[in-house]
Each structure stands twice: as C-alpha cells, then as structure tokens.
Design a binder for this molecule. Structure first.
Ligand SMILES: [Zn+2]
Length: 224
C-alpha cells in the first residue's frame, strides 16, 4: 500500500506543479499552462475553445460566479466571450487579454416588458435608450438588477479577487441604481461601485463586461 501511495505521488506531483501562470502584463504578456472554459449548464460559451483560455483563477471565477448567479435567481445564463489564446500573447482586436487575466462576458437583458430574456450574443446598447437589437431584430434592454447580482457573485468569490469590471458609465449608473434597491449590504454596494469605477476605455463597453482579475498570488512574473 505504501509503495502504491509513493507511486501515485510520483505521478501526481508533476501535474500539481503544472498550475497556470500569468506572465507579464495583460497588454504585454503570455499564459502558461492555461485552462480552457468547458461547456457548462451555468453559462453559454460564445466563442470556440481556441480563444477561451485563462488562468485557473479566472476560469474558476467565471465558473463559480455563473453557478452562484443561477442558484441565486432563475434567469438566463451568462454568455462567455473571449478570454485569452491558449498561450496568451497578442489577441486582436484586444489590446489586453494577453496573460489569461481578462474575460469578456455578457451583461443581462430584458424584453420591453421588463422580463429577463436570453440572447444569442452580446448586444450593443444604445447610449440614449439602454436598448439594442438581438440577431432576430428583437429589441432588448439592459437588465440592471441581474447584471448587478452577477457582479456581486464575482465579488463574493473566496478564491479569486477581481481587479475591475469595465462597463460604460451610463449603464453603470443603471446597474448601481438597481443595486441600491437590491437586498445587499452597504459594504457590498460600495465594493460594486469601486470595482466598476470609470476607467480609461470603459466608455467602449456598451455591449459586454470586461473582467480583469488581480495577479494570482503565486505568479511572481505577473504584472499590471
Ligand atoms: Zn475585453
């Protein structure tokens, strides 16, 4: 039995050493031993596996966040777009997304009656109305409550820390207003405000959320 255990450890140790590594900065970096998003009952993968690689921390965060949201409230699933290429590096048209710490995911949407609806893709929301058209030309509008609850689900994660979530300023205001009506603590509301605080480039985020996580603790070569 001892011999068997020793043998198992021999095989197990190289695998354990092969955790993902985020190297360099999101706009000048690469990904080692990245992990692909898998099919899931909790989210929908919009792109192929070739562009949905991330660190263990990022992929785990998205998996757990999507699952937590589904458990919290019935409703449409998260759409997951691009993360990084398998080995990271330049990933046009993105400036970042190079080191496995960035992900583009959907906001959530309602129909014109305010009912939550699933969509087939990210929808570019009009600055004036907060609505846009899906592939079938149906008008869909931001669901600020569900979008807020998803961000909360990310911030409640016990393993991975979110550095920021990019969202256009006017849409952010709608999300925060819905948050003030939701059943969350003042502290959590403040954390959502901080993590979505306007940054350079956020104005472009009218069709999706851009999530960046902090450098994983063990990744000494991670920066930015
Ligand atoms: Zn992005």
């Amino acid at each position: 039995m001892l011999r068997l255990t020793a043998l198992l450890c021999l095989f197990a140790s190289p695998v354990a050493a092969q955790g993902s590594r985020s190297v360099g900065a999101p706009d000048r970096g690469r990904l080692e031993n990245g992990r692909p998003m898998q099919d899931s009952e909790h989210y929908v993968r919009l792109s192929g596996e070739g562009v949905q690689w991330g660190t263990d921390e990022l992929v785990g965060l998205l998996e757990r966040g999507a699952e937590r949201l589904q458990r919290t409230e019935d409703g449409p699933r998260l759409l997951v777009g691009g993360l990084s290429l398998q080995r990271g590096g330049r990933f046009p048209p993105h400036d970042s997304h190079q080191s496995g710490r960035d992900a583009d995911v959907s906001m959530f949407y309602t129909d014109l009656d305010g009912e939550s609806v699933a969509t087939s893709r990210f929808i570019d929301l009009d600055e004036r109305t907060g609505c846009g058209r899906d592939d079938d030309h149906q008008l869909r509008c931001l669901d600020p409550r569900r979008t807020f609850l998803f961000i909360v689900a990310l911030l409640e994660d016990e393993t991975t820390r979110v550095r920021f979530v990019l969202i256009a300023g006017d849409l952010r205001q709608l999300v925060l207003a819905a948050g003030r009506r939701a059943d969350v603590s003042d502290e959590m509301l403040q954390r959502v405000e901080e993590v979505t605080a306007t940054r350079q480039g956020s104005a472009a985020h009218r069709s999706h959320l851009h999530i960046r996580i902090e450098c994983p603790e063990d990744d000494a070569g991670c920066s930015g």
